[in-house]
Design a protein around this ligand. Structure first.
Ligand code: ARG
Length: 557
């Protein structure tokens, strides 16, 4: 529609004004119309007043509207427009909103990236949830998407862990919970090392063996890694996150760093400072490439990984979904890669995010430990389960209903605000069925589904409704549905899922307004069927918006 308008105006001016000058806005005051075309930009070129130009357009084209303060305000033919949209959404269904922003473009999204042999904490929740939403958005925009879970599976702690497990590990415990058992022996190691510092040497020895690919060390490492992934998958299953394309973590790059260090050396970028190898940017924050004891570092592995990914995937864009606290790290990584002479540093984006807070403080257990994600999700699910009263009448299992609502609530709470903000986590608030919550939107969806039981099976012939009046409540919904695609594009361009979360909330609010003011099903059969058609397309788009956020819907709750 917008394009059609632009075309009309462009043709009328016969190429005298640039296409880029033709802007189509939404009037701030909705009563003025649906679109507003500012005519100030044309005034200079055409040497006429903006009002005159607006009037000229009205007289000489098929555009209908009013002129006010240099704007041409356009009111659409509501009925025609609504009919078209109903047809379009019914045809495209969940493909409605698909677009070609990313056609022929490759994007790599690295997210989640928990550390093995450690529990999956709430900090990684944010990366997982934001990354998954960005994946769905990118797919919707037609990108070729590759997802990477860059596991934290390397570092001197793994030497200690192997030693500790060999000495104190109990295989039976591993069957119950690998992560707990590894944590137990790791804590034990540190307690014992306080008394006997020679244990640290033992840890170092095992780490060295790991670096040198000693078979026994590797066997333990692979085992810990595989079992950790199995444990993470329990959490991914709760979140309904499918497999990542790659689980290559830091360890994969352990023997691929020397070439990077050589290249940095050869390009004259390295300096030695206190025995350590660094890249000096001329400020007080150099990047540490190699420690004085020769051990490689996090950033070195990241540079190796980035160059490898560029080689392998030849991406147009790569996203790193990682918390605010690693901002300097990614800034330095990008700087180093540009200093090395690569021209793709601008395609590398740190998708940063804030912390999870509880009562304004960083979320932690009573003992001050980080909170385990699976516990949080299970608590949310259990709480929902307590409140489901009509368990017998549900179409699907009450456990599954509780999972969908509980997990959806946690995800929505994470995504509803701009990602760099800290988020407040209060289970009671986020599970409410009213307010800005996931359950509120899911509930709206379920409400529509129950209304739709009144909809005729026979295909709806919209052309039968010539005399329909599209009132404001309906029109506002139609207009919101129409803006789905531009919200998706906007969300992808800003890598900001909160745009979709707000979009879904607005849509739910608009629908509930209609529901509050009008009876959807009344004596007028024709008009009822028409309103049900509006319900139907609202449900389609509501479901698709939530699914972009990786939130599921249910027909009954
Ligand atoms: N495993 C890391 C952590 O938990 C996050 C990895 C971030 N990604 C990266 N390419 N450095 O802190």
């Amino acid at each position: 529609m917008k394009e059609k308008l632009k075309e009309t105006i462009y043709n009328y001016f016969n190429g005298l004004v640039d296409k880029d000058l033709i802007k189509i806005e939404y009037p701030k005051d909705k009563t003025l119309g649906d679109y507003a075309i500012p005519c100030f930009q044309f005034a200079k070129v055409l040497k006429k007043s903006p009002n005159d130009i607006a009037n000229e357009l009205l007289e000489n084209t098929d555009i209908k509207g009013t002129v006010l303060n240099g704007y041409l305000n356009i009111e659409l033919n509501r009925l025609e427009y609504t009919k078209d949209l109903i047809k379009e959404i019914n045809n495209k269904r969940n493909n409605y909103g698909n677009n070609n922003l990313g056609a022929n473009k490759k994007i790599v999204i690295e997210y989640s990236s928990p550390n093995i042999a450690k529990p999956f904490g709430v900090g990684h929740l944010r990366s997982t949830v934001i990354g998954e939403a960005l994946k769905h958005l990118a797919i919707k925009c037609g990108y070729d998407v590759t997802t990477i879970n860059y596991l934290g599976d390397y570092g001197t702690q793994f030497g200690k862990l192997i030693y500790a497990y060999k000495r104190w590990g109990i295989e039976e415990n591993m069957n119950t919970s690998v992560v707990n058992e590894l944590k137990r022996v790791y804590v034990k190691f540190h307690e014992e090392a306080e008394l006997d510092p020679s244990l640290d040497d033992e840890g170092r020895k095992w780490f060295k063996k790991l670096e040198d690919n000693d078979p026994e060390a590797l066997k333990y490492f692979e085992w810990f890694r595989a079992e950790s992934i199995k444990e993470f998958e329990k959490t991914y299953n709760l979140l309904k996150i499918n497999k990542f394309d790659s689980y290559e973590g830091e360890a994969y790059y352990k023997d691929k760093m020397q070439p990077v260090i050589d290249e940095l050396e050869q390009k004259g970028l390295l300096t030695i400072s206190d025995g350590a190898t660094i890249v000096d940017f001329g400020d007080d924050k150099p990047a540490l490439i190699k420690r004085s004891d020769g051990a490689s570092l996090y950033i070195t592995r990241d540079i190796a990984a980035l160059l490898d990914r560029k080689n392998r995937y030849n991406f147009d864009e790569i996203l790193y979904v990682v918390g605010n606290e690693q901002a300097l790290h990614f800034e330095q990584m990008k700087k180093i890669v540009s200093l090395m002479g690569y021209d793709f540093a601008d395609d590398v984006k740190h998708i940063n995010f804030g912390m999870v807070l509880q009562d304004g403080k960083k979320m932690s257990t009573r003992a001050g430990k980080s909170v385990i994600l699976q516990d949080v999700l299970n608590e949310a699910i259990d709480k929902v389960k307590e409140h489901i009263t009509n368990k017998e009448n549900l179409e699907i299992d009450a456990n599954e209903v509780s999972r969908i609502i509980g997990v959806g609530a946690v995800i929505f709470n994470d995504l509803k605000n701009y990602r760099t903000n800290d988020i407040e986590f209060n289970l009671n608030d986020i599970l409410k069925y009213e307010g800005n919550t996931g359950p509120y939107i899911q509930y709206t969806y379920a409400r529509i589904q129950s209304l739709l039981k009144n909809k005729n099976e026979a295909p709806f012939n919209i052309d039968d409704y010539e005399l329909l009046n599209i009132n404001d409540n309906i029109w506002n919904i139609v207009w919101q549905l129409y803006k789905f695609e531009e919200n998706i594009i906007n969300a992808k361009n800003n890598n900001d899922p909160s745009i979709i979360a707000k979009y879904a909330l607005d849509l739910a609010n608009l629908f509930n307004k209609l529901y509050a003011f009008e009876k959807i099903v009344d004596e007028n059969e024709n008009y009822s069927q028409f309103k049900l058609e509006i319900c139907n397309i609202t449900a389609i788009v509501l479901k698709e918006s939530l699914s972009l956020l990786n939130i599921e819907t249910i027909n009954q709750m």
